[in-house]
Design a protein around this ligand. Structure first.
Ligand code: HEM
Length: 805
């Protein structure tokens, strides 16, 4: 006969206090953090009321406090004194700091400060970069009548200048004598008024005295002290505290899943109906319904409820949402049945349902805040391909705060890029596009709309049209010949770095088309300009490979500030460089290039074309639009050399097969980034507006269900295929209205370069090992190791080659 067995659950008693401990830990953590902040750091503003002729001493630790400012809005003449050693309170100084300074042309602004011996003062000033070279900052010891200082007269006899006027952004000085000092900003700019932010930073611990003058005003002095905290210190400490607490919780077992027994009796009956094994956790196809998780209860009916099973059929997982209440309670079929019935009510809240949203499935779990970021590894397209292989070709992911639709099958890709072409014609707004894409106004970054249409029209008609490509074909032929000449110099096998070779070839072709200039290889002049151009290209490559965490977790944007600053600096540099090229063209309209092929005006560089458009429509074709178009083209070429790594000539069908097979295995854009501008349906699922679409071209082009031996290099598989597209199975240049406009140019260039090199040279591997074909990190699928090969002129071609030398 069945006899109930009373079994003590061994962990229960300790677990109770573990639970209580864990609950206490949260307020404890907050309390510790708040106390640390209050005790040691000064964060935010402090208001004080001081009477006339009174003073107050503060001690600010330089570990926590970066900068101190006093606001005296009523301009009553409050003094702020700073010291690096604790001062006698009778010590007299006057010390003032200001934030923004407006300095007119040929004029100066300054501050008088008392600085004591041994302290160090660091000055930083920020202004628009174009103004920086016009600004000089000086630290001068002694009393001064500032207005007599001329921009160049900082070393006049009655003034002891501690330094030459400093240009740049920052200067630091050690003070050797207690005295009054003058910090002066001089604007040598003839035209504009310059707005500049000057910060004075004191690296050592500071003692500050706030003093009010005795001017008989008996009213209170409302003074605001701002302590600009060292955020990094706070975050580090907070990070340590959180890690410590988590470790403590882990040690206490508070994070164990068994803790769901909270509130149950310490003993419970084990019956014959109890499962022998613990229940398998049910996998929700996407992580939603937080409101359900919060309930934390575990009664049997709520098991079902928490188990994410449809509350109507008790069979299928819940996979849709009700609008407007947002509850996720049923499977899609049951939801449809509710919608078809008379009572269109949410089974949870009984509100009227207007619509049912059936979101695509999503891997479990979706973590709060992080979403699915925890799943991502480099290279991204491979990781995403694995996720799709496991969960399906249409997936709904969360990259931090961003909704992502991941598509990895030709049919789904077709639905996005053909059927919903217009809906997905936007690009996601990533931080890189803000800085490198002129605030999302260049062709690849701009949103779909009139501006994008205009740019696309200029690209297709003025820059990349067959007519223009034909006109500039001699440039490509010329540059390929120049490469052949370089290789031809050695009669026996020489080792060649193909990555550098193709990279330089492409950049030379592009820059000759854009500005009539070349920056690599033989006969390169204008050394400084060349050095600068190469620097820009290298930095673009470096930064192009990095991901900015702020794109997905906006509250962590400050973590990526370093990268963002680099992007901004790079953009300034690129912008300045391109503007100089434009100015050169303006001053010598027909012959700005070092080559005089454009001098007669028959052929035109891209800049010439755009400048003539500017004459007709000056408001639209601003210099900024022109710079954006120029930069955009260069960017595309930079990535292209990675794909150009083998064989033959443009009009030979087998060459086409080889190029197609290379682009299939190694698409330069392995993930096509788009964004939906409206709600739409893909694969029967609802996709909300503002969702980032990633079409995993790499996954589709390497899918074993679509391609036989997908990782094998088999050009024959494309025999009989016209062009570089095979439906949505092969689309290395994307598809739809945001597809690559440079396809024609790319195919001509690759065919020509490859064909010529094969025709003229014999090639061998550099060593015995096979060529390492692994992919490096980066969104454009670069090769991890540069392609090193050995080449020598083909004996049958030597005669011909000698003629082009
Ligand atoms: C083998 C060489 C190239 C490959 C594999 C390639 C591939 C791609 C891909 C996959 C896209 C994204 C398409 C989409 O989102 O659906 C793209 C966009 C683009 N490509 Fe290319 N490209 C190449 C060469 C070029 C060249 C030579 C240029 C210009 C001179 C160029 C200019 C552009 C531009 C401007 C866009 C953005 C178009 C838009 O957003 O409207 N590409 N390319």
């Amino acid at each position: 006969m069945y006899r109930p067995v009373l079994t003590p659950l061994r962990h229960h008693h300790p677990q109770r206090w573990q639970e209580s401990g864990a609950r206490l830990l949260t307020p404890l953590t907050i309390w510790i953090c708040v106390s640390v902040t209050l005790r040691f750091g000064y964060y935010g503003n402090r208001h004080m009321v001081l009477g006339p002729s009174s003073s107050r001493l503060f001690e600010a630790s330089s570990v926590f406090v970066k900068q101190i400012e006093a606001r005296d809005d009523a301009k009553k003449g409050v003094y702020l004194y700073g010291f690096s050693e604790k001062p006698e309170l009778s010590l007299e100084t006057n010390w003032s700091v200001s934030n923004y300074v407006i300095v007119g042309s040929y004029s100066r602004k300054g501050f008088s400060l008392w600085l004591n011996k041994g302290s160090r003062i660091r000055m930083r000033w920020e202004a628009h970069t174009s103004s920086l070279s016009q600004l000089q900052v000086s630290l001068i010891k002694g009393e001064r009548d500032f207005e007599t200082l001329l921009p160049t007269s900082t070393s006049s006899s009655d003034v002891q200048a501690l330094n030459e006027p400093t240009k740049g952004r920052e200067a630091e000085y050690t003070i050797e004598e207690d005295d009054k000092y003058y910090v002066g900003i001089v604007n040598a700019n003839p035209r504009s008024i310059i707005m500049c932010r000057l910060s004075l930073l004191f690296p050592n611990t500071q003692f500050i005295i706030v003093n009010t003058p005795n001017n008989g005003d008996l009213g209170g002095w409302y003074i605001e002290l701002s302590f600009v905290a060292r955020v990094l210190t706070y975050v580090t400490i907070l990070g340590f505290v959180v890690i410590f607490i988590l470790l403590l919780m882990k040690y206490l077992g508070a994070c164990d899943t068994e803790s769901t027994y909270v509130g149950e009796p310490s003993v419970r009956e084990i019956t014959e109906t109890d499962p022998l094994m613990r229940e398998k956790p049910f996998r929700l196809p996407y992580g939603t319904g937080e409101e359900d998780q919060e309930s934390g209860s575990s009664s049997s009916s709520e098991d079902l409820y928490d188990g994410k099973i449809c509350v109507i059929c008790y069979d299928e997982p819940r996979n849709c949402f009700f609008v407007p209440c947002g509850h996720c309670a049923t499977c899609y079929d049951c939801a449809q049945r509710i919608m078809d019935g008379e009572n269109k009510m949410c089974p949870i809240c009984r509100r009227l349902i207007h619509k049912v949203l059936n979101l695509p499935p999503s891997p479990f779990p979706t973590l709060p805040i992080l979403g699915h970021l925890y799943l991502l590894r480099k290279p991204l397209y491979r990781t995403l391909a694995q996720i799709s292989a496991r969960y399906g070709p249409v997936l709904y992911l969360r990259f931090g705060s961003r909704r992502v639709l991941l598509v990895s099958s030709p049919t789904a890709a077709e639905e996005c890029l053909a059927k919903n072409d217009v809906v997905f014609a936007n690009r996601p707004r990533l931080i890189a596009g803000k800085h490198l894409g002129y605030n999302y106004t260049t062709l690849p970054w701009s949103s779909y709309g009139q501006h994008w249409r205009n740019l696309r029209r200029i690209s297709s008609l003025e820059i990349l049209s067959s007519h223009r490509l034909q006109m500039l074909s001699s440039i490509r032929a010329d540059e390929v010949r120049s490469v052949i000449r370089r290789l031809f110099r050695a009669s026996e096998y020489q080792t060649v770095d193909m990555k550098i070779l193709f990279f330089e070839l492409m950049l030379n072709v592009m820059m000759r088309m854009i500005a009539g200039k070349r920056y690599y290889g033989e006969n390169v002049e204008e050394v400084e300009e060349t050095r600068r151009f190469r620097g820009i290209v290298e930095e673009s490559l470096r930064l192009g490979d990095t991901t900015n965490i702020g794109d997905f977790l906006p509250f962590l944007r400050w973590v990526g500030l370093g990268l963002e600053k680099k992007l901004m600096a790079l953009q300034e540099n690129r912008d300045g460089f391109m503007q100089e090229l434009i100015e050169q063209h303006r001053s010598v309209p027909n012959g700005a290039g070092s080559n005089d092929e454009f001098a007669e005006g028959k052929k035109k560089t891209l800049i010439q074309v755009l400048l003539s458009l500017q004459e007709t429509e000056p408001n639209y074709y601003t210099d900024e639009i022109i710079r954006g178009l120029m930069l955009n083209e260069i960017d595309k070429k930079v990535g292209q050399n990675r794909l150009v790594n083998e064989m033959d000539i443009a009009d030979l069908p087998y060459l086409r097969c080889i190029i197609n097979e290379t682009l299939r295995l190694y698409p330069q854009g392995p993930l096509l980034p788009h964004e939906s501008s409206e709600d739409c349906m893909v694969g029967g699922f609802h996709v909300p507006r503002g969702t980032m679409l990633l079409v995993n071209v790499w996954a589709i082009q390497n899918d074993p269900n679509i391609w036989e031996d997908p990782r094998e290099f088999k050009p024959e598989r494309f025999e009989g295929l016209e062009g570089g597209r095979d439906g949505f199975k092969l689309m290395p240049f994307g598809s739809g209205r945001r597809g690559c406009p440079g396809e024609g140019l790319a195919m001509r260039m690759v065919g020509l370069a490859l064909g010529s090199l094969i025709q003229c040279f014999d090639w061998k591997r550099a060593g015995k090992e096979m060529v390492d074909m692994r992919e490096g990190t980066g969104l454009t699928l670069p090769k991890a190791q540069p392609l090193m090969v050995r080449s020598r002129p083909r004996p049958s071609m030597v005669n011909l080659l000698s003629q082009i030398m």
